[in-house]
Design a protein around this ligand. Structure first.
Ligand SMILES: [Fe+2]
Ligand SMILES: [Fe+2]
Length: 169
């Protein structure tokens, strides 16, 4: 079955991988620049999980036999991708981050986390995959795993923002 949906499926997979990889780098860089130890650990965990998500999505593309060619995700994802690039740029300029600056950057990231969670993976990606294949190949299970991690990411980031603003966890 080859139709317009396959092209969309490839684009979503491609740019979700790009987004997860970029997010992973941003969280690692945040973790390095923040002095508060417990926030640092949470940020590192989110970075590792984002990298893992990119890997899972790559494996899914392999299972589906989809060759992913590189595309312009800035154009495909629009504001979301540009926002992430802005956070990357802001971070690049800083040697270290105070709690107030950290909270500000995390507030931008939480919007991206929100989008790259249930909305994209469950409501957009999974139906397209199910259209494309006759057998599940445990793909639903893998996507569920990503979505449940994303819920943790949102919660963890909200907690760090709360801590940054109030000094209490
Ligand atoms: Fe993720
Ligand atoms: Fe995430």
């Amino acid at each position: 079955m080859y139709n317009i949906n396959v092209e969309i499926l490839k684009k979503i997979l491609n740019c979700s991988i790009a987004l997860e990889e970029k997010l992973s780098k941003v969280y690692l860089s945040l973790a390095k620049k923040v002095s508060e130890l417990s926030a640092k650990v949470l940020l590192e965990i989110i970075a590792f999980e984002s990298e893992k998500h990119a890997l899972i999505l790559r494996e899914i593309a392999n299972l589906l036999n989809l060759a992913l060619q590189s595309i312009d995700c800035r154009e495909f994802l629009g504001a979301l991708y540009i926002d992430l690039e802005r956070v990357e740029y802001e971070l690049h300029k800083k040697e270290s981050l105070g709690l107030e600056e950290l909270a500000k950057l995390l507030e931008s990231l939480i919007i991206i986390e929100n989008f790259a969670g249930e909305e994209t993976y469950h409501k957009l990606l999974l139906p397209l995959i199910k259209d494309f294949i006759s057998r599940d190949y445990f793909i639903t299970m893998l996507i569920d795993k990503i979505v449940s991690d994303e819920k943790f990411h949102e919660k963890a980031i909200e907690s760090i923002i709360h801590f940054s603003k109030t000094g209490t966890s």
